[in-house]
Design a protein around this ligand. Sequence first.
Ligand code: BGC
Length: 342
Amino acid sequence: MKFTKSLKCALFSSALLFSSYASAYSVGISFPTQNEDRWYEEGFLLDKELRNKGFDSYLFFAGDLDINLQKRQIRRLIDQGVDTLIIAAVDTYQLNDVLKEAKAKNIKVIAYDRLIMNTKDVDYYSAVDNEMSGELQGEYIIKHLNPDGDNIKRMEVFTGSLDDANSQFFLEGAMKKMSGFMVMEYLLIPSKEEKQEDTAIEGWSTELANKRMGQLIEKIGYGPNSSVKLDAVLCPNDAIADGVIFALKKAGFTKENMPIITGCDASREGLRNIDEGLQAMTIYKTTELVTSTVDMVVSLSKGQKPEINDSFTYDNGAQIMNSFLSNPEEIDYSNYKRLMKN
Ligand code: BGC
């Protein structure tokens, strides 16, 4: 901690005396919610891995996506004098003030998986390449539907929460792979709802995704025997996919006629839905992301610059981030079993 480090200079007379006061390099982890598998399990895993390396680690979840609580928790970590903050923001546009305070105390800040926008007071971005995740989702749909002039397909689009910059990255990635087919009208969106503002699901909520899919079913008349066939639903993560699947099941779809549904996180629900033949794919993020973030902290604790592998892709509006981007791993029926949890 900062306090004990300055003591170190003063107490030159007795290394032994100092060592009884010295504490380890300390890290504060601020995660957005404890109500989603992904953040809950990854928070504890990151905390454990940091402790294994000998760091002091303090883990906070912002209740269920409570940005004001997250700010209070970060302020508490700043006051406590942590050396590094690892933050997955509830709202990636609302942490500027609190990060200014961290900068003033010379605390290093790592944005974890969610890019924190419009501030220079974040030092590193450690993330799974979220645009690439979107690309994998879009590519999966194209590869499995093979749309062309003689094989026109229909799809609906869901996007993540508008307060999370990742939502846009996922969508941009998917559209890179699909928009050519949409322009040619080989791939249609019957609802015509494809922009972020029409398709966003606040808080990446399963319930809200379920509600929107229910409305689309009613509006377009989708059903297993309907004349308008639904071939795919682009879902950015498993929580949204789960809500969509629930609505489709309610409308009579089964694993025999379920549209191709994408996801991300390899969450319990996502893997269960793949196991039951209801969801086509998901994306696994955890291991490499946690390891590379811990590696960043190790370098910072030694006063070294962490390894980065990208400094041109992710622009947060105030700077192009020094990033370590991990690779998203595609998971489907062929390889999901190794990730199944109880
Ligand atoms: C992450 C996803 C996650 C979503 C909801 C996004 O920022 O990239 O992996 O599913 O947040 O928590």
